[in-house]
Design a protein. Structure first.
Length: 371
């Protein structure tokens, strides 16, 4: 990093903000990150953090233009997480991920297209209708088809600590700071305050206030149980059933090993619900989600709830237009937000594209000032 390297302000310290900051720093930019909250006080530590090909189990991204870009971001992130797993980065592992279906995949054009795309992008793809029986799925659940592949699975607590450490090792300044009002109106002030030439906003749901745009949360919850132990089974692979389009009821099954000691069970997807004060006792859908996972894989009935934190709740950041990664010409700010339930799956791909946008913005500014 040179003394005359361009300086960038990144707003937000979730997985998107810190990954963007790290990619910028690795490319020679001098970076400052500002945020009101940091891990473990952010939604990134609540994420299911299973890499998935879009649209994901809890992804709810349907716009075709956004989906096309999302697939490129996913490929980049897959390769990066694969490298990190090989390097034994804390919190990153490549494990087998299983997806189950109540009808043959060929009977659903959506599922068939997704499977055909996915098969060529991942390691170890296998389609095998017997996966359900071999993995202990209840025969009463009606699974008739399945496939599996190797996928990144992230222990969010460990990984976010590693990510923050890497950011600081690469010379990024990190400051706790709350920004009030619209970024566009405070741009000049913020550039002066933090000695920067460009701003990248990765503020998740906070972008609604910072940009003045409509956003909504898709509330999620994870029940946390002990993985293995004296009573429960040892689960080393992920097991998922996606939401069936057209149904109003919650029907997602999401069983993912967080690490060798912990298993997370989901998934809940409640649109425009802002409270995080829900648990197994006070919110029926959380209890139903938990019971759905137990019915799907009966061996989990012997697993003990995590005594310290049986449930985590978070608000996935969505907007109607899906992911936003763009240079806003009017405000002269780069935005990277609304990743929904796919923040980890998109993180490295979006961050690398954001670096390109920053480079273009800085070069355009220098060019315009040279006359």
């Amino acid at each position: 990093m040179r003394a005359n390297s361009p300086k960038v302000l990144v707003v937000g310290a979730g997985v998107s903000g810190l990954t963007t900051a790290l990619c910028l720093a690795r490319e020679g930019f001098r970076v400052t990150v500002v945020a009101e909250r940091f891990a473990p006080e952010i939604v990134s530590v609540v994420a299911g953090a299973l890499w998935e090909w879009p649209p994901a189990v809890c992804g709810y991204h349907h716009d075709q233009i956004s989906l096309a870009r999302s697939k490129d971001w996913c490929v980049t992130s897959y390769r990066m997480f694969d490298e990190l797993a090989r390097a034994k980065v804390p919190g990153v592992a490549m494990r087998r991920s299983n997806f189950y279906f109540s009808r043959p995949v060929e009977e659903s054009p959506h599922d068939l297209h997704k499977m055909q795309e996915l098969a060529g992008k991942v390691r170890g793809f296998v389609r095998d209708r017997s996966l359900a029986e071999r993995n202990g799925v209840s025969p009463d659940y009606g699974v008739v088809d399945a496939y599996s592949h190797m996928a990144p699975m992230i222990d969010t607590d460990q990984y976010m600590v590693w990510l923050m450490r890497q950011v600081k090792i690469h010379g990024v300044r990190v400051k706790r700071y709350r920004i009030e009002g619209l970024l566009a109106e405070r741009r000049t002030e913020l550039l002066d305050r933090f000695d920067a030439e460009a701003i990248v906003c990765c503020a998740g749901l906070g972008t609604a206030q910072l940009r003045g745009v409509g956003m909504y949360p898709l509330r999620g919850a994870l029940v946390r149980v002990r993985n293995g132990g004296l009573r429960g089974p040892r689960i080393d692979e992920a097991h998922c059933v996606s939401h069936v389009e057209g149904r109003d009821e919650q029907d997602i099954v999401f069983i993912v090993p967080r690490n060798q000691r912990l298993l997370v069970l989901g998934g809940l997807a409640e649109k425009d619900e802002w409270s995080t004060d829900i648990n197994l006792e006070n919110h029926g859908p959380v209890r139903e989600m938990y019971e759905r996972c137990l019915a799907f894989m009966p061996a989990l009935r012997n697993a003990e709830l995590d005594p310290d934190e049986p449930v985590r709740v978070g608000l996935r950041p969505f907007r109607n237009e899906n992911v936003c990664l763009e240079w806003d010409d009017e405000s002269q700010i780069i935005y990277n937000f609304a990743h929904g339930g796919a923040g980890f799956s998109f993180s490295w791909g979006c961050a690398q594209e954001a670096v390109g946008l920053v480079r273009s913005a800085v070069e355009d500014r220098k060019y315009s000032h040279s006359f």
